[in-house]
Design a protein around this ligand. Structure first.
Ligand code: AHR
Length: 490
């Protein structure tokens, strides 16, 4: 007999608006993410516009990618932005300190911001604190956002962009406790204060991201040191990667360990949010920005350019993560999956002129109706497996769901059956009314380690599915390894 579950939607109990940026992306100068993934150069036979690949950019546009973080990652704290502007042939070639090889600097500020404009995404720039100066950061902000007549705005115009771009998001360093300069929390806090003072003075509308950490001591020490300067902070970033066995050949136990990574991220988010609440009693909002997250498999090494398999298991992990982000819409301001193209848990894989949309890409496509909607409570009563979260045993329900209500009152419910082999017979009901009909799209596949291949018809992609409504409720058999997104008529 199939396991059973009940999902009860409480549409009057809200977690708040799901900022579209909770579905954001991250692209670093690493492996084939930028070069090949976004940039192919004007002379490439791969269709491009001003050197920017058309197919990948169009695919990101189709999922309404809201925000892209760039140029790193670890790369950011060794990046000097002026290397990447002006005539391309004259740009210096530099070692890529963290990810090996060299960077031609062919892809710089103008190219990134043009790609964002084409996609329709907001840019998020990560500044260099580790090997840079406040002045260098300030010059970059001036170059991008200042409207007056200065040396930098003249250079911007001479390089083809008279109007400012008004980049809103600026991280003051990346992983400043590690590759971003090996600072102590207190020393980094002092750097943040210096950088932020000048950045905010030049552009008070710029939103600054403070580099947080999931290690126990960093955030408390950082916030204590900055307690009188929190008006300079708009977001606190944390990063969390999840590993559990091989990317393709994993045991059932490893399968569930990846799924339980969602719980670990949830703990990270709640810990950061709880601390922020304690430090912002004046109710000023500082959002938690999970600006790097995803599955990191052993195949992803510096030697492979952090490329790894991207399977249906990863997509289910992404879908459960987005469900969890929806439930924490009140405290999360942004998340950025690592990394958009060809690197780690990517949405797109390129192979010369061909591309594959990974199962994770299709999760973002399926979940689009949640973006900007109001997250409401979806109570799940389902059988659970026991997983370890840190040193504690926790119950992880086999079925996972989240729900949202848009401005017209339409309900979207996303349901993940995480079980690798069992279908779940579930009832889905409203606590205050009747469901009269539903349209649904579902994605599943032949095996947890199934993948899509570049240049071939996707093996795993969403298809329409029929949903039965009986007595004002939905009764549906959710196949194993499936993500289903329903639009309910009530
Ligand atoms: O995404 C790969 C790397 O992981 C990033 O450069 C760094 O910030 C993190 O440690």
């Amino acid at each position: 007999m199939s396991p059973t579950a009940t999902v009860t939607i409480r549409r009057d109990l809200s977690y708040g608006t799901i900022r579209p940026h909770l579905y954001g992306h991250f692209a670093e100068h690493l492996g084939r993410c930028i070069y090949e993934g976004v940039w192919v150069g004007e002379k490439s036979s791969i269709p491009n516009e001003n050197g920017i690949r058309k197919d990948t950019v169009a695919a990101l546009g189709r999922i309404d990618a809201p925000v892209i973080r760039w140029p790193g990652g670890c790369f950011a704290d060794a990046y000097h932005w002026e290397d990447g502007i002006g005539e391309r042939a004259r740009r210096p070639r530099r070692p890529n300190h963290w990810w090996s090889g060299e960077d031609t600097n062919a892809f710089g500020t103008h190219e990134f911001l043009e790609a964002c404009e084409r996609i329709g995404a907001q840019p998020y720039i990560c500044l260099n604190v580790g090997s840079g100066t406040p002045q260098e950061a300030l010059n970059w902000l001036e170059y991008c956002n200042y409207a007056g007549d200065t040396e930098y705005t003249r250079r911007r115009a001479a390089n083809g962009r008279p109007k400012p771009w008004h980049v809103k998001y600026w991280a003051v360093g990346n992983e400043s406790w590690g590759c971003g300069g090996s600072f102590t929390a207190t020393d980094y806090a002092k750097e943040f204060r210096r950088f932020a003072t000048y950045l905010k003075r030049l552009d008070p509308g710029a939103e600054l991201i403070l580099c947080g950490h999931t290690a126990r001591d960093w955030n408390p020490e950082l916030l204590e040191e900055l307690r009188d300067h929190l008006h300079l902070v708009n977001h606190l970033s944390i990063h969390r990667y999840t590993s559990a066995g091989d990317g393709c050949t994993f045991t059932v136990d490893e399968y569930w360990r990846l799924m339980s990574g969602v719980r670990v991220m949830e703990q990270d988010i709640l810990a950061a949010a709880g601390l922020l609440r304690a430090y912002t009693r004046d109710h000023r909002f500082i959002g938690v920005s999970l600006d790097e997250w995803g599955a990191w498999h052993p195949q992803a090494t510096v030697e492979t350019g952090l490329s790894q398999p991207n399977t249906l298991r990863d997509a289910l992990f992404a879908a459960s993560s987005l469900n969890m982000f929806n439930r924490h819409a009140d405290v999360l301001s942004m998340t950025n999956i690592a990394q958009t193209i060809n690197v780690l848990q990517c949405l797109i894989v390129t192979d010369g002129p061909d591309i594959a949309l990974t199962p994770t890409y299709y999760v973002y496509e399926l979940y689009r109706p949640h973006m900007g909607a109001n997250a409401v409570v979806a109570d799940v009563d389902a059988s659970a497996v026991t997983v370890m979260v840190g040193h504690e045993q926790r119950a992880l329900p086999i079925l996972d769901a989240s729900a949202s209500k848009d401005t017209e009152g339409s309900l979207t419910v996303s349901v993940v059956n995480r079980h690798p082999s069992d279908a779940v017979e579930a009832r889905l009901r409203l606590d205050d009314g009747q469901v009269v009909g539903a349209e649904a799209t579902q994605m599943t596949g032949p095996a947890a380690n199934a993948e899509n291949a570049a240049g071939k018809e996707p093996l795993i992609r969403p298809t329409n599915c029929t949903i039965e409504v009986r007595g004002g409720e939905i009764a549906h058999l959710f196949p194993p390894l499936s993500v289903t997104v329903m639009r309910l008529r009530t």
